[in-house]
Design a protein around this ligand. Structure first.
Ligand code: EPU
Length: 337
């Protein structure tokens, strides 16, 4: 257990919040022991994984930060059609995807290059380019912080939704995901339909991509649009794409015939928040410390020297101007701490 630890390198925004207590967990036994301690019982706590989706609003986290860094990948079962592979929570997500693709296993390729750790992936059901974590998720193990017992959560138990799961709602802060089991296929159709995947492949003279080529294309497409968190602080998409009523959508579409949109199964329509923000005039806006990324308006960035509250304030202004222009309230997908 350490005290007064600067979390600057533990959150992708790069804000220098200081944790009163900080502990790194390398195996489950350490976690079991930790939850019996007085510090754990008396202090509020925060489970920190890759820190790619958190916004520290204050200069101090007045409690215990539990940094999950358990490592290990194992094959649980395999036949000629599929494989079940277990990854511990602290495994790096992009490395795990690269490893799976390298073995010829299908299911995670469109989720390539998303910064973060395996254990955080189910919490917000990460998604990109037409695929979501839940599509390849079999089950996960999570420890109940009140009892120390480990529970297996099936896909149904997790109640996955768009950037949602039970770990982000009802069970928030109560369980720590310790490992995730994925069901991956040895052969499966590739998902090339989303956005500009096909255009990218065409431009690069790739007609029938292999699994590896698709993975590499996704990495290149992301690199072109999203900031490298090692250079510019960000948490990827800051807002969720709002889902609105069809009638409301039609009104907006009259004024903006080219508005991008995706029909939802319930007759509603999902509209890209990045487009709404760009139309509201924010794309590329910046002050000394923070701004709106010039290649993707959904991403708020920290150029350095700023504080979490600068982003909170910017986010609020963006929300207000999107309400004023479109009558739509966009909500953050990032966790405010
Ligand atoms: N758009 C704009 N201006 C912008 C940004 C986007 O007009 O500044 C338009 C694009 O032209 C496109 C549409 O909005 O027509 C959608 O854009 P894009 O395909 O880039 O995806 P997104 O909706 O902005 C979502 C995810 C990303 C994920 C991409 C690709 C959310 C909140 N974000 O972004 O996830 O990588 O799709 O699948 O759903 C993340 O969660 O951190 C993340 C990066």
């Amino acid at each position: 257990m350490k005290t007064n630890v600067n979390l600057k390198t533990y959150n992708s925004f790069g804000f220098p919040a200081v944790a009163k207590y900080f502990v790194e967990i390398n195996d489950i036994q350490q976690l079991e022991a930790l939850i019996t301690t007085d510090i754990f019982k008396q202090e509020k706590h925060l489970i920190l994984s890759g820190g790619n989706n958190v916004l520290f609003q204050s200069a101090v986290f007045d409690g215990l930060v539990i940094f999950i860094n358990t490592q290990g990948v194992e094959i649980l079962r395999e036949d000629e059609k599929e494989v079940v592979v277990r990854a511990k929570a602290g495994e790096d997500w992009p490395d795990f995807v690269r490893f799976s693709v390298g073995n010829g296993w299908h299911g995670l390729e469109n989720l390539a290059h998303i910064p973060g750790k395996v254990g955080a992936a189910p919490v917000q059901n990460i998604g990109a380019y037409g695929m979501e974590l839940k599509d390849s998720f079999l089950q996960c193990k999570a420890m109940n912080l009140a009892t120390g017992e480990t529970k297996v959560f099936s896909k149904e138990d997790c109640r996955f939704g768009y950037r949602e799961s039970i770990f982000k709602s009802e069970l928030k802060g109560q369980f720590v995901i310790t490992s995730v089991d994925f069901l991956l296929k040895k052969n499966a159709p590739l998902h090339l339909d989303y956005g500009n995947i096909k255009a990218y492949l065409e431009q690069n003279g790739i007609e029938a991509p292999t699994l590896q080529q698709l993975h590499d294309a996704i990495c290149a497409i992301r690199d072109a649009k999203l900031p490298d968190v090692k250079q510019i602080g960000s948490a990827g998409s800051f807002f969720k794409n709002p889902v609105i009523e069809a009638v409301k959508f039609e009104v907006i579409q009259k004024d903006y015939p080219n508005i991008p949109h995706y029909d939802e199964p319930n007759g509603k329509v999902k509209v890209p928040a990045g487009w709404l923000i760009e139309q509201s005039g924010w794309k590329g806006w910046r002050d000394e410390h923070v701004g709106v990324y010039d290649k993707q308006a959904l991403v708020l960035v920290h150029y350095g020297g700023g504080k979490g509250l600068d982003i909170v304030e910017l986010a609020r202004k963006i929300q207000d101007s999107v309400v004023a222009k479109f009558g739509i309230r966009i909500s953050p997908e990032v966790n405010f701490v």
